[in-house]
Design a protein around this ligand. Structure first.
Ligand code: FEO
Length: 393
C-alpha cells in the first residue's frame, strides 16, 4: 500500500489486497480488501494499531522500515482474527520490547491462536488510557462486532477513532480517504450484512457509545478512512434501525422450470402492484448480494422444487445463512413444486427460528403451474401487499 500520512505523526502503514476474492472461505470479496495498520508517533512513545494479514507481512515490515521505526512501545491489538493479528508474531520478533495491548479475552485468544506468551501483554479495561506523551489512547471495549474480544481505540487529541472491523468495508482502493461515497456505501453495507448484521443489537450499543465522542476521522481496519464520519455513522444507524423497507426478496432454485415459471409470474405481479422485488436465483447469485438485500427487506420468499423429499440443497444453504445473519425481516412465505409429496415447507420454516417472522400462507403446487396455481400466486401477492401496508415507514 505504501505509507500515507493521515495527520501529523499518524500514518497508514497497512496493505491492500487487490486480488483476494474470498474471506473465511465463505464471504465473496468482489472488490478485494485492505488490512489497515496505523502507526502513531507520540512525543515519548510509539504505538502500532493492529497488524496485517500474514500474506501481507512483508509490506508492513517494509513500511515500518521506510518510516525509520526502530522501536515500537505498544502494539494495540483490537481483535484476534488473523487478518489483523496475524503479523503480530513477526512484529514481536522485530520489535522485542513492544507490549501487546488488548482486552483480557483477546489476550487469551492470541495465546491460543498465535502462541504469543503471556508476559508480552498489557490488558486494558473499558475506558483505560495509555499516554504516548502528547497523544492519549483511550480504549473502548466493543464485544461482538463480530467476535467477543474486540475493542476500539480513540485518539483523544486528534479525535480519531480506530474501530477495527466495525464501520469498515472490504474494498481495495488507492484512495486513503473516501472519495467515491456511493461505492464505499455499497462495500460497507456488504461488510455489515455479511459480518455485523447478526450482532445488530450489540452494534446499536457500541454506536451509542461512540456517538458520545467528538470524532473528526474514523480509521477502520478495512477499506478507506472516513474524514466525514457522519457518512458511515448515519449509514449504520439506518442499517441497525428497526425500520424495514417495503421490499420482497425471493430466493429460488428451479430444476425443471416449474419453480422458475412461478417466480417469473410472481415477480411480474409484484412489479405491477408497485412492490419492490429482488429475485435471487441461487445458481447465479453472489451470496453477498443476497445478504445486502436482507439488511432492509421486510419480506422473504423462499422458492424451491422438492428434492429427496425436501428443499433443494442450495436453498437449504441460503435459508441457513439467512437465519444465521438474523436480518430484521418481518414476513416470510414459501413457494414450491412437488410431484409426489415431501416435507419441504416444514423443513424450510423450521430453519428460520432466529427470525421474528409471520409466515404468510405458502403456495405449494403439483408439477408445472396451471391457471389455478397462478391464482394462488395472485393471492400471495395480495397478502404481501396487505402486510406491507401495515409497515410504518
Ligand atoms: Fe477483519 Fe474480524 O477481521
Amino acid at each position: 500500500m505504501g505509507i500515507r500520512e493521515i495527520k501529523s505523526n499518524i500514518f497508514s502503514v497497512g496493505a491492500i489486497d487487490w486480488d483476494r476474492r474470498l474471506f473465511d472461505e465463505l464471504i465473496p470479496l468482489p472488490d478485494g480488501t485492505s488490512y489497515n495498520s496505523y502507526l502513531i508517533r507520540g512525543s515519548e512513545k510509539i504505538a502500532l494499531i493492529d497488524t496485517v494479514d500474514p500474506s501481507k507481512e512483508q509490506e508492513l515490515v517494509d513500511n515500518l522500515k521506510r518510516l525509520g521505526i526502530s522501536k515500537i512501545d505498544y502494539i494495540i491489538t483490537h481483535h484476534a482474527e488473523q487478518d489483523h493479528s496475524g503479523t503480530l508474531p513477526k512484529m514481536l520478533k522485530i520489535y522485542p520490547d513492544a507490549k501487546v495491548v488488548s482486552t483480557q479475552k483477546c489476550k487469551d485468544m492470541l495465546m491460543d491462536l498465535l502462541l504469543v506468551s503471556a508476559e508480552k501483554f498489557i490488558t486494558v479495561n473499558d475506558r483505560d488510557t495509555i499516554s504516548l506523551g502528547n497523544k492519549t489512547l483511550e480504549f473502548i471495549h466493543a464485544p461482538w462486532v463480530h467476535w467477543p474480544e474486540t475493542m476500539l481505540t480513540y485518539l483523544r487529541e486528534d479525535k480519531i477513532l480506530f474501530p477495527c472491523d466495525f464501520l469498515g468495508s472490504h474494498l481495495a482502493t488507492s484512495d486513503l480517504f473516501v472519495t467515491d461515497e456511493a461505492k464505499v456505501h455499497e462495500s460497507a453495507k456488504r461488510y455489515y450484512a455479511e459480518i455485523m448484521m447478526p450482532f445488530r443489537n450489540n452494534i446499536k450499543r457500541h454506536l451509542e457509545k461512540i456517538r458520545s465522542l467528538e470524532i473528526s476521522i474514523i480509521a477502520p481496519s478495512h477499506g478507506p478512512v472516513y474524514n466525514k464520519p457522519e457518512f458511515i455513522l448515519n449509514a449504520y444507524e439506518d442499517w441497525i434501525s428497526d425500520k424495514v423497507k417495503k421490499e420482497a426478496i425471493i430466493i429460488y432454485v428451479s430444476m425443471h422450470g416449474s419453480t422458475a415459471k412461478m417466480i417469473e409470474y410472481f415477480v411480474e405481479v409484484l412489479i405491477e402492484n408497485g412492490i419492490t422485488v429482488k429475485p435471487f436465483n441461487l445458481t447465479k447469485t453472489d451470496i453477498g448480494e443476497l445478504a445486502m438485500a436482507l439488511v432492509d427487506a421486510s419480506t422473504i420468499i423462499v422458492a424451491s422444487p422438492t428434492v429427496l423429499a425436501g428443499p433443494h440443497p442450495n436453498i437449504v444453504y441460503a435459508v441457513y445463512l439467512a437465519n444465521a445473519l438474523r436480518p430484521k425481516v418481518r414476513f416470510a412465505s414459501v413457494i414450491g413444486s412437488y410431484l409426489w409429496g415431501g416435507k419441504m415447507l416444514e423443513q424450510i420454516t423450521t430453519m428460520l427460528t432466529n427470525l421474528k417472522i409471520e409466515i404468510i400462507e405458502p403456495v405449494l403446487i403439483k408439477g408445472y403451474p396451471k391457471e389455478s396455481d397462478f391464482k394462488l400466486l395472485n393471492r400471495l401477492a395480495d397478502d404481501i401487499i396487505k402486510k406491507h401496508r401495515e409497515i410504518i415507514a
